[in-house]
Design a protein around this ligand. Structure first.
Ligand SMILES: NC(=O)C1=CN([C@@H]2O[C@H](COP(=O)(O)OP(=O)(O)OC[C@H]3O[C@@H](n4cnc5c(N)ncnc54)[C@H](O)[C@@H]3O)[C@@H](O)[C@H]2O)[C@@H](O)CC1
Ligand SMILES: Nc1ncnc2c1ncn2[C@@H]1O[C@H](COP(=O)(O)OP(=O)(O)O)[C@@H](O)[C@H]1O
Length: 463
């Protein structure tokens, strides 16, 4: 069901994609024209007749700036260019030669267009240039970054100078890059726009995942055919109940809680199985298992985890399960596993699976390969990595999710999608999307319980 779209490229992949276009008969100049005019269309709508200051650098990003400035000037916008460097590339020199408008040293105006550096940034801006960018951003009402905000190293989404400005809009050229969707740089971008320049299907490091396309149950569906999910509870059954409530609203036909110490107040629809765990796990109708929320970290909890992972049923591990997990527990498994760690749990997994140091995406992929699990690395920029090398990045979800219990809700949603028969990767991506959409629908200051209530409308939006 998951329909992958929107590739995200490293800087090297972007260069290669550009080279492929050039090899097929384009020139850097025609690409710059396409990128610059596309960006100018967006800025024209933003500036709505207000004055524009374009800061240009030495490379092709600076060249884009001249194309943008000339395009806006011809439409009648008051434009000034501040050239921080002379253009060094042939295409940028041509763009400067074609610019017929004014130059300025230090300008005040309404809209600041940062075309100093894009993906060619190789080091920090340094004090003088960074001051210049900060100063210009502070003296304009609106700030727009071309391709990337200057000072951002894209592949690691790293701002290389302190206190760089935040932009109202970032216009990505040709394809998305890592920094557009990964923290911490992602925070600087404001609204993100993409100007296509003709790049087709190309090698990419990740994809931005889209709205899932869910379906109404088939005419002859019954509760088992829609999937039986069991949440294996532990010492603090409340978290398991929260996950179960989320799971009941996320597609599975039947949700059970395996717990010998269930809380006193329970939703009537939730079936509790108090029997011995091994016995409960013998049910051949189980289509997925989830363990972790409220599991606890005792020896008994560890035994429950080992027993659960010992059954070859698609399984989601969250929270305490990720802390207790040891690689040996996964030996011999054929069914998919999903891990849903937050940053702290992820660090423990890196240690447990002896994952080599490296860039964030690279390290997540190493963990996925070493464990055989789909990793859902939660946070403001949730990233999903699969053992087969696929990586998907979630569009940003509301920061109101930063409240206790929302991780249990996510675990329930993803496990429910897994129970419906989705692949682990699809279950993870659909679940993260539903969770983020439920948070949008829930509005401000919600509790985890209120987030659960919003899942229904998020689900309905995907039908
Ligand atoms: N890739 C594509 O398909 C397209 C790319 N275009 C533009 O080209 C840009 C990439 O162009 P370039 O590779 O020329 O890179 P940039 O224009 O980002 O900058 C490269 C230049 O800046 C210098 N430099 C890097 N960091 C510096 C620092 N901290 N201080 C001083 N100098 C520094 C480099 O030595 C080089 O001379 C993209 O971001 C985009 O804006 C568009 O023109 C057209 C299409
Ligand atoms: N600032 C944020 N912006 C967007 N989503 C966030 C933010 N902080 C947390 N989240 C999301 O909220 C959930 C929190 O999960 P977790 O830390 O496991 O919480 P808990 O253990 O309390 O349930 C995750 O899905 C995470 O991606």
């Amino acid at each position: 069901m998951h329909r992958p779209v929107d590739p995200i490229l490293t800087v090297a992949q972007m260069r290669a994609a550009e080279q492929t276009l050039i090899d097929s008969g384009e020139t850097v100049w025609t690409l710059m024209q396409r990128a610059g005019h596309g960006a100018a269309d967006i800025i024209w709508r933003i500036c709505a007749g207000r004055s524009v200051t374009v800061l240009t650098g030495p490379g092709n990003n600076g060249g884009d700036g001249y194309v943008i400035a000339e395009s806006l000037r011809r439409r009648g916008a008051p434009v000034k260019v501040i050239a921080a460097f002379d253009p060094k590339t042939e295409a940028a020199q041509q763009a400067r030669a074609e610019y017929q408008g004014e130059f300025a040293e230090g300008a005040e105006g309404e809209v600041f267009v940062d075309s100093l550096f894009g993906s060619g940034l190789t080091r920090g801006l340094g004090t003088e240039l960074a001051d210049r960018v900060r100063h210009l951003a502070a003296r304009h009402r609106l700030c727009v970054a071309i391709d990337l905000p200057s000072g951002v190293e894209s592949d690691h989404a790293a701002p290389l100078d302190p206190d760089l400005p935040h932009y109202d809009c970032t216009i990505s050229l040709g394809a998305w890059k890592c920094a557009h969707w990964m923290m911490p740089a992602m925070e600087m971008m404001g609204r993100r726009e993409l100007v296509p320049i003709g790049i087709g299907e190309t090698e990419h490091v990740a994809r931005l995942f889209p709205k899932p396309e869910l379906t109404v149950p088939s005419r002859n569906a019954h509760k088992y055919s829609r999937g039986l999910l069991a949440l294996v509870g532990g010492e603090m059954p409340g978290a398991g109940v929260l996950a179960a409530q989320a799971a009941m609203r996320s597609g599975a036909g039947y949700v059970k809680l395996f717990s010998d110490t269930p809380p006193s107040s329970l939703p009537a629809e939730l079936v509790i199985d108090r029997s011995d765990l091994d016995e409960a796990l013998d049910d051949h109708r189980l289509s997925a298992l989830a363990i972790g929320p409220g599991l606890g970290r005792s020896g008994r909890s560890r035994n429950r985890l080992a027993a659960t992972l010992g059954r070859d049923v698609p399984t989601l591990c969250d929270a305490d399960a990720l802390v207790l997990l040891r690689p040996a527990m996964l030996e011999g498994r054929k069914s998919p596993v999903i891990f849903t760690p937050h940053a702290g749990e992820l660090d423990r997994l890196f240690t447990s699976f002896d994952t080599p140091e490296g860039g964030r995406l690279e390290r997540l992929l190493s963990l996925a390969r070493a464990s055989g699990a789909v990793i859902v690395a939660k946070g403001p920029d949730t990233i999903v990595a699969a053992p087969d090398g696929r990586v998907a990045i979630s569009p940003p979800a509301p920061s109101w999710l930063s409240v206790a219990g929302t991780g249990d809700v996510l675990a329930g949603i993803i496990a429910s999608r897994l129970a419906t028969g989705c692949s682990a990767m699809d279950a993870a991506c659909q679940g993260v999307w539903l969770h983020g959409e439920a948070a949008c629908q829930a509005g401000a200051v919600f509790t985890a319980g209120e987030l659960v209530s919003a899942i229904r409308s998020a689900y309905a939006a995907c039908l």
